[in-house]
Design a protein around this ligand. Structure first.
Ligand code: ADP
Ligand code: MG
Length: 292
């Protein structure tokens, strides 16, 4: 394509709410055959809300929520926002000291003298906290329904669970249908567990799900697909997607996402709508003279 055509393409992209880093990006876009979609904040709204709070035997549900909310208040993760908001509304927020975030696992901090941890059971295990059988059973029961369950403990004891859930963006299903119509294969990629991932994949019509991937592993998944000969577009919004966005043949950041993701991507979708991915691919094909 001529430089003029590419410039016109970039201009048209801006009209469609697609910010393109450089004219060469349209060439990359044209050859993509696989579209890897991050789940939380990309396919879903990322606006989670608390569904259930469960207290372990001898613990109090309001206290579980209050402590979890206090530690999560310092985190920007969508799960954290949901728990902190509910705690603030229902139980009131204590302040947290020595806050630390463990990417892809959860958070820790000291709340009113209690050394607290909220996140995956594996994170609690690192603090020598094991879920008792009854709590583990409730954890499994809620997870099977597609909720993301956060385990909460402090001072060496598991105290309860907070289950959060997210909703699929209304436009995601149509976007996936259109990607397929263009001959592309959609793949759902997430750090969340398999059940929650399947529940979302089923709602939008994605067959291929890669779940339970740690932030550092997302780029490796993209690399593996590339090694299989695929030309990969990665769509994401989070800090945990940045490396995968950079690794992909085409990195697409949600404009609603974090600066790190936008920085790492080749394209940014200004509208919070995955149909922008379809628009970008159509635009590149048109600009580069492939009729579709
Ligand atoms: P995704 O790939 O869907 O954006 P992440 O990689 O950010 O998800 O997180 C993976 C999992 O780690 C979450 O599903 C949750 O179980 C746990 N987790 C991450 N951050 C937090 C947090 N702030 N509080 C509790 N749990 C968390
Ligand atoms: Mg995300």
């Amino acid at each position: 394509a001529t430089p003029t055509a590419l410039l016109v393409g970039s201009g048209r992209g801006a009209q469609l709410g697609i910010l393109i880093k450089g004219p060469e990006v349209l060439e990359q876009t044209r050859t993509v055959d696989t579209v890897v979609l991050d789940k939380t904040g990309t396919v879903t709204t990322g606006r989670m809300s608390v569904q259930h709070v469960v207290a372990a035997e001898g613990a109090d549900a309001d206290e579980v929520l209050a402590v979890a909310g206090a530690v999560e208040d310092a985190s920007t993760h969508p799960i954290a926002r949901a728990i902190a908001a509910r705690a603030a509304a229902q139980a009131g927020l204590s302040t947290v000291e020595s806050f630390a975030s463990v990417d892809g696992f959860g958070v820790t901090g000291v709340v009113d003298g209690r050394a607290a941890v909220a996140g995956r059971p594996r994170l609690l295990e690192q603090w020598s906290i094991k879920l008792p059988d009854d709590l583990q059973q409730q954890f499994d029961r809620m997870q099977v329904t597609g909720q993301t369950v956060v385990a909460v403990g402090w001072d060496g004891v598991a105290r309860g669970l907070v289950a959060v859930a997210d909703t699929v963006k209304p436009s995601s299903r149509a976007a996936v249908d259109r990607l397929r119509a263009l001959g592309l294969t959609p793949v759902l990629l997430t750090g969340d567990h398999e059940r929650a991932a399947r529940a979302v994949a089923d709602q939008v019509g994605i067959d291929e799900v890669i779940a339970g991937v740690l932030p550092a592993g997302k780029a490796q998944v993209v690399q593996r697909l590339q090694a299989e000969g695929k030309v990969v577009a990665m769509v994401g919004d989070g800090v945990n997607d940045a490396a995968a966005l950079a690794q992909a043949d085409l990195g697409i950041a949600m404009g609603t996402g974090t600066d790190v993701a936008i920085e790492a991507g080749d394209l940014t979708l200004m509208r919070d709508d995955l149909r922008g991915v379809v628009d970008a691919i159509r635009l590149s094909r048109r600009t580069l003279g492939v009729i579709k």
